[in-house]
Every structure is written in C-alpha cells, then in structure tokens.
Design a protein around this ligand. Sequence first.
Ligand SMILES: NC(=O)c1ccc[n+]([C@@H]2O[C@H](COP(=O)([O-])OP(=O)(O)OC[C@H]3O[C@@H](n4cnc5c(N)ncnc54)[C@H](O)[C@@H]3O)[C@@H](O)[C@H]2O)c1
Ligand SMILES: [Zn+2]
Length: 373
Amino acid sequence: MMMTNSETLRVDLNDRSYDIIVGANLIPNAGEHIPQFVKRDPAIIVTDVNVAELHLENIVKSLQEANITSKTILLPAGENTKSYEGFCELLNDILDTGIERRSCLIALGGGVIGDITGFAASVLLRGIDFIQIPTTLLAQVDSSVGGKTGINTQHGKNLVGSFYQPRLVLADTTVLDTLPRRELLAGYSEIVKYGLLGDRPFFEWLEENGHSLIEGDEELRRKAIVTSCSAKASIVAQDEKESGSRALLNLGHTFGHALEAETGFGDKLLHGEAVSIGMTMAFDLSARMGLCSTEDAARVRKHLNVVGLPVDPTNIAGQSWKCDALLSHMAKDKKVRDGKMTFILPRGIGDSFITSDVDLALVEAMLDDAIAA
Ligand SMILES: NC(=O)c1ccc[n+]([C@@H]2O[C@H](COP(=O)([O-])OP(=O)(O)OC[C@H]3O[C@@H](n4cnc5c(N)ncnc54)[C@H](O)[C@@H]3O)[C@@H](O)[C@H]2O)c1
Ligand SMILES: [Zn+2]
C-alpha cells in the first residue's frame, strides 16, 4: 500500500458536519476512509467516462480490500449531463441497483458528477447518504464543499437543485496529475478567489508558490486546497443557505457568468477562466469607484495573467462582445434580489464586501473598456 500524507478539516454544520480529507493517493486508499459511511453494500459509484478510465479501478479495488462491494454508474462527461434527462436516467439507474435508505452514493469526478449525484442523493428515498471524491481542482476547492447540488435547465444553470451536505469529502491531490492543464488552471482561479475575498497573506503566498503548485508540487497543492476549503467551510458554516455572507464566494462571478452566458457555457470559456476575467473586472470597477487602489487591481491582474489565466474578454479568440448583452445577462443572474444587481467588490486584496450600491454608468464604462482592450 502506498503511503498517504493527508490533512483533515471539519465542516461544522451540527448534525450535518463532515470531514474533508486532503492528500496524495487517497483514492487507492479509499477503503481506509469510506467503510464507516457505507452502511449497506453495494456502494453506488457515479462517475464519468473520462474519470472511470483513469481512476475507477483504484477505488473499486481498495473498497474490495475493505470488503465493500460496489456498483458503478457511468455518465457521459461534460456539462450536458447535468440536464433533466440526464438526471432522470441517473435516478432510474440508481433505483435499478435496488438501493435502500441506508445505501450510499459515491460521486467520483468533477463538479458535474458531484452536483448531479448530490442532487440525486438528496431526493432518492427522500435522502440517502453520499460521499464526494472530487477529481478536478475546481471540485476539490469549490463544488464538493458546501452542499450546493443541482442541474441545469433551459432557463439557466443550476436552477434546479438542493442544499444537501455529503458525509465525507476525499480530495486526492494525485489525481490532479491526469487533469488537462486548462482545467487545472480553471480550478486555480477559484483558489485565487479565496485570497482575494478574505485572505491577503494567502494571495501573497500564491504569488510565491502558484507556479510550483500548478507544475505539480504535491505539498503546495495540499496546502492550497486545505486553505481554500477552510475558507469556504467557515463561510458556509456562517451562512449555509446563502442569505448573506455566503455571497462573498461569488467574487468575480456576476461578471463571469455573463461572459459564460455569451459564450454558451462551453469549451470556449471555462467557468474558472470566466471567473478570472470577472475578478479582474471586479477589481477594475472597484478601483474606478475609488474603493480599492489601482496597485492592488494591477497586482491581481498580473498574477492571474502570469500563471496563464485570461484576464480580458479579448483574450478569448473568435468571440465578439457587446456591453448591452453582458449587462442584460447580469440583470438576469440568480443573485439579483428585489430587482437590484448585487456586486461583490474588493476594498483591496483580501477584503471584499457585498453591495448593491453601484453606479451602473461606471459598470458600463468598465465593460466598454474591457471589451475594447
Ligand atoms: N456545487 C457547487 O457549489 C459548485 C461550485 C462550482 C461549480 N459547480 C459546478 O461544477 C461544474 C464544473 O465542474 P468541473 O470544472 O469539475 O467540470 P467537469 O466535472 O465537467 O470536469 C471537467 C473535465 O475534466 C474531466 N476530469 C475530471 N477529473 C479528471 C481527472 N482527474 N483527470 C482527467 N480528467 C478529469 C471530466 O471528465 C471533464 O471532462 C459546473 O457544472 C458547475 O456548475 C458547482
Ligand atoms: Zn465558481
């Protein structure tokens, strides 16, 4: 058995509390961590075809060694899986395995698999246990933590879903080695977000270590994931259902979602890439409003750019942009409350706040400059 070097942190939510374990080779050692949560065989592993090819055998074997049988449900890879049709099929496939109330689902994959499996767990037999084994960096630092689950509809992304917490999260840093670099960078963008919204020393640490972390340093990856998950866990513990401070996690996302909507939520612009541009825009807007220094705004732009993330809409090849279209997407964002657009704006690196007190003329000017850049 390979050595594991891991760290555990706790998400505090009363009877829904759970551990996040972060470390190398956790999947081949899953049998050490999972058995106590599988109260009834077989464990139902839900994964996508890409992840199955690379990592499924390791988990199945390790569970076998711990005397746990499993069945696997294979879904197509990609965002389209998070649809009504995909969801119904998944529910039926899980029911076909003959689950009972004490059965447990295991979501093995990126955010798509985590979101749809968590949602299935929340409604099957009115709620069964599930475990998250996130295999993308984005899922490890963001989507697997905090209990948001869901699917997309023709009206927009993630509009049907639930708040439903997993029993355990296993974030195996070794599986990141097989992740395409572009996906890795997209996840890194969400890591930078935690520094920007509330932890300046962490941002400075990323300026120092971001490059080596992206290149594969296991220990640095673990530290970045643990720091990100603790930040998210403490925000979620204060405001599980996003009635207030949880919205801070949307730094860069109002702009980002508008950019994604314009590009059709596809390969042209990944979510994390959109967030990178969106965070750059939030700092730019904040600097224009006199809320944050131009030095900080420039420093954020520089770091994201240096690691290889896009920072301007014009970095996206073959896409033309219209300010009106972006603004109208922003007005439709599900974070809109009482018809007012809400912004997460920085006072500087490591200090962001929520406000709807923003002069839209400044937003327009910022967007106009960004798409002309
Ligand atoms: N629930 C939340 O709080 C939350 C937060 C952020 C994002 N999300 C959701 O997460 C989804 C995006 O997640 P994602 O970026 O992980 O995308 P994803 O699940 O589509 O994974 C990206 C790609 O990487 C592949 N892949 C996954 N792990 C791999 C590995 N280890 N090696 C090689 N390839 C691998 C997948 O097959 C897929 O093709 C979106 O649907 C978004 O709405 C949810
Ligand atoms: Zn995000």
